[in-house]
Unconditional design. Structure first.
Length: 94
């Protein structure tokens, strides 16, 4: 299993909107993606930072998400609430 992290700084007072986007847009899209296992959105209300963690069944599944437009669609969905471009990383779950 692999974990894909997307970390970002939100614009001030946009945490609720980021949660709405995650729940109404990203979850539905991810559930339809090949190899998607689970995800969660972590928020820090004091700093306005978010961390989206997605779990994928295999390295090829997470690579496909990142290279076939899935990652760009995720970033685009959050575009209006981000204060800066997000950082992404992939880790193997051990």
């Amino acid at each position: 299993m692999y974990a894909h992290f997307l970390g970002a700084q939100l614009r001030p007072d946009y945490t609720d909107e980021a949660c709405r986007i995650y729940n109404e847009v990203l979850l539905e899209r991810h559930r339809q993606a090949r190899g998607y296992a689970a995800s969660m959105l972590l928020t820090d209300l004091d700093t306005g930072k978010i961390l989206l963690v997605g779990f994928w069944n295999s390295e090829s599944d997470v690579t496909s998400h990142r290279t076939s437009g899935g990652l760009l669609a995720d970033i685009e969905a959050f575009r209006g609430v981000l204060a800066a471009p997000p950082l992404t990383e992939v880790y193997e779950v051990t």
